[in-house]
Design a protein around this ligand. Structure first.
Ligand SMILES: CC(=O)[C@@H](O)[C@H](O)COP(=O)(O)O
Ligand SMILES: NCC(=O)COP(=O)(O)O
Length: 237
């Protein structure tokens, strides 16, 4: 069974569009955990256009499932994560102006940097994960950094699956096979949805956690948050 971590960035985006506190992201996190979510993911970006650093602190005492903070480990981000000490930090190489995450780390090119950053987080008792493209060389590189887990960047799978190309799962299966063989835990995320999650889960041996935000919130507009969370949990069994 893979854990469902709900990414609540979109709730903050909605709140920020009016400048007030509706919807309240902390209340949403509490409710979604009550509906069965096994984790809360946030991804504060440098411009704080959705989740803000203050939200990350406010959520600390209310997330009683797994708290996963994603982002580019620039000094401000590192200080915040080291202070909050979430369950997991997921390192994502965001460009400042990226609309959303659009690439995994080059774990070979940035190996020394990643080794240093991961050591710092692990010394503080925080589990680490690196966002990576489904490429065997990048998985091997990730192992060299000392990270506990990888997060497979699933945008390509989700896009191809939507076009009817189920073969798109193959590179992910190969990466999962390698990760399992060399002792890396496997997370996955980006554009996963009620449509594509079951096939992904069925084919990825050892999948530990998925973080899902954009599709989950969009689906909730029609079906309701509680129903959607339960549908994901069922597909992730
Ligand atoms: C790493 C990843 O795929 C997610 O964090 C995703 O990028 C969500 O971030 P946004 O809500 O900014 O799109
Ligand atoms: N790590 C992926 C994530 O948190 C959510 O991505 P998305 O479902 O919003 O594309």
């Amino acid at each position: 069974m893979a854990k469902l971590s709900v990414n609540i960035n979109k709730i903050a985006t909605l709140r920020n569009s009016r400048g007030g506190d509706i919807p309240n992201v902390v209340q949403f996190a509490k409710d979604v955990q009550g509906f069965g979510a096994e984790g809360i993911t946030i991804h504060p970006r440098p411009d704080e256009r959705h989740i803000r650093y203050k939200d990350a602190y406010d959520l600390k005492s209310e997330v009683y499932t797994e708290y996963n903070i994603e982002g580019n480990p620039v000094p401000k981000f590192m200080d915040m994560v080291l202070e909050i000490k979430p369950t997991q930090v997921t390192l994502v190489p965001d460009a400042e102006d990226a609309i959303t995450s659009n690439a995994g780390w080059d774990t070979l090119k940035h190996k020394d940097f990643l080794i240093d950053v991961i050591k710092e987080f692990k010394n503080n008792g925080i589990r680490t994960s690196i966002f990576v493209d489904p490429d065997l060389h990048q998985i091997e590189g990730a192992k060299e950094t000392g990270t506990d887990r990888i997060e497979l960047y699933t945008e390509a799978y989700a896009h191809q699956y939507g076009l009817g190309n189920k073969e798109a799962i193959r590179p992910y299966m190969a990466c999962a096979g390698l990760a399992n063989a060399i002792g890396l835990g496997i997370n996955a995320g980006h554009d996963l949805s009620l449509d594509n999650i079951k096939f992904f889960k069925e084919n990825i041996t050892g999948l530990l956690e998925v973080s899902i935000g954009h599709a989950l919130i969009a689906e909730s507009l029609y079906l309701g948050v509680e129903q959607v969370v339960k549908m994901y949990l069922d597909k992730l069994k």
